[in-house]
Design a protein around this ligand. Structure first.
Ligand code: ATP
Length: 268
């Protein structure tokens, strides 16, 4: 084993972090110059934590998520999962985006099997888990439906089940319910919290919604813009499981007001 790998393992055992983001910078080439989109990003995440990335449009939330998911390379800095540098997409990580992108000619069951087929996994074994996953996302019995027969919220539930099919340790969710109405979105947020708590998976959620971030997260990373940087990482010390009642507490409103202040939202 090389000294470098040993170093990384030692550091990870010491800190017990599943994801380590250290001094990350990311630039994109635009025409004849490079534009810095993320600057000096630091974040450590423990296994099973629920983290929200919150900030204005264009502050680099999706870019940061893609860096963690190995879909982009950082310009500089260190990014590790379980003590290993992220060099590309990994089976440990599952992605979910705002649009479900289900294949219309495939049934729910066939859509759920797609990531297994693509990764040449054991289809028979995966097939046996479909019923259980559909139950988890509240769509038991929908195996043979086609996407067009499902509402937007139901399609997002299927998309979440598809992300869970490969049993990743880390869920990277990019505004997964952002295109849905408020009622459906709230219901799905609670489902997601249940799933995260039951499965012990790590969740990193990109959102524009302050209340949602505070309600759901162990930590909220508030980002500023131009270039994207961490304004503050806030530990949300509200006991779990969290219910509607949390939103009526002074503690909850203090977190929300503090983040609104940080982001310069509202009128004083
Ligand atoms: N592949 C790319 N090439 C060039 N520039 C990019 C690329 N991806 C993102 N950017 C730029 O990086 C900046 C951050 O984009 P990003 O999508 O990460 O922001 P965001 O905070 O997720 O925004 P939103 O909340 O609107 O989705 C933007 O200025 C965007 O134009």
């Amino acid at each position: 084993m090389s000294i470098l790998v040993n170093d990384a393992l030692d550091r990870n055992l010491e800190t017990n972090y599943q994801i380590e983001i250290h001094n990350i910078y990311k630039s994109f080439d635009k025409r004849d110059s490079a534009v810095t989109v993320l600057e000096n990003i630091n974040l450590n995440v423990r296994a099973g934590e629920f983290i929200s990335l919150l900030g204005p449009s264009g502050c680099g939330k999706s870019t940061l998520l893609k860096l963690i998911g190995g879909l982009l390379d950082q310009s500089s800095g260190r990014l590790e999962i379980d003590g290993h540098a992220i060099t590309g997409p990994s089976k440990k990580v599952g992605f979910m985006f705002q649009k479900a992108v289900l294949l219309p000619w495939r049934t729910v069951q066939q859509n759920l099997l797609l990531p297994i087929e693509l990764s040449k996994g054991n289809v028979e074994e995966a097939n046996a888990r479909i019923g259980q996953l559909l139950e988890l996302v509240g769509l038991k019995g929908y195996e043979h439906y086609y996407p067009k027969e499902l509402s937007g919220g139901m399609q997002q539930r299927i998309s979440l089940a598809r992300t869970l099919m490969t049993d990743p340790d880390i869920l990277l969710l990019d505004e997964p319910f952002g295109a849905l109405d408020e009622f459906t979105r709230e219901t799905l947020n609670f489902s997601l919290m249940d799933i995260a708590e039951q499965s012990g998976k790590t969740v990193i959620l990109v959102t524009h919604n302050i209340s949602e971030a505070v309600l759901m997260s162990d930590k909220v990373v508030v980002l500023g813009i131009n270039p994207g940087h961490v304004l503050e990482t806030i530990d949300i010390n509200i006991p779990k499981p969290r219910t509607d009642q949390v939103m009526a507490t002074k503690q909850y409103s203090e977190y929300v007001l503090h983040i609104r202040d940080l982001l310069g939202v509202g009128r004083k």
